[in-house]
Design a protein around this ligand. Structure first.
Ligand code: SME
Length: 137
């Protein structure tokens, strides 16, 4: 109880809280950018294990957000051609970039098992979460 939580432990706790408290947040994780080789690397997450621990910039929803620096809300993943399937149970996805001192260093990625659950309220909420996460860097 005396040992301070590491940053990754804090990020995992955030993932667990979001997954537990929002019924349609069924996979919650962070990816972090390596700008030297233009890849995203999976950080703390909760949900089904994924093979996609390294994603090149531009590939999938996550890789597109690494380049666009903008939120990406996907109401129905089956309608996306540049999409990386992590699980057949996933119907929708939201990715919100994580900025530290104005630089896009990664993102929070949330998958849902229902169609079209994400609203602008989710975007504003996850932007707030990421602003808090940015303070850990
Ligand atoms: N679906 C994402 C890949 C990451 S998994 O959702 C965990 C994408 O298309 O980038």
């Amino acid at each position: 109880s005396e040992t301070p939580l590491s940053r990754d432990q804090k990020l995992l706790a955030i993932c667990e809280l979001l997954n537990q408290q929002v019924s349609y947040y069924n996979w919650v994780g962070f990816y972090f950018a390596n700008h030297d080789n233009k890849t995203l690397h999976l950080g703390p997450y909760v949900g089904a294990p994924t093979d996609h621990t390294v994603i090149p910039f531009g590939k999938g929803i996550c890789g597109q957000v690494a380049e666009s620096n903008a939120n990406f809300v996907v109401p129905d993943v089956s309608a996306q051609d540049n999409y990386i399937a992590c699980s057949f149970t996933v119907e929708s996805e939201i990715v919100v970039p994580l900025f530290v001192n104005g630089k896009n260093i990664g993102q929070i990625d949330i998958d849902s098992h229902v169609i079209d659950p994400f609203t602008e309220a989710d975007e504003r909420f996850l932007e707030f979460v990421n602003q808090e996460v940015a303070k850990l860097f």
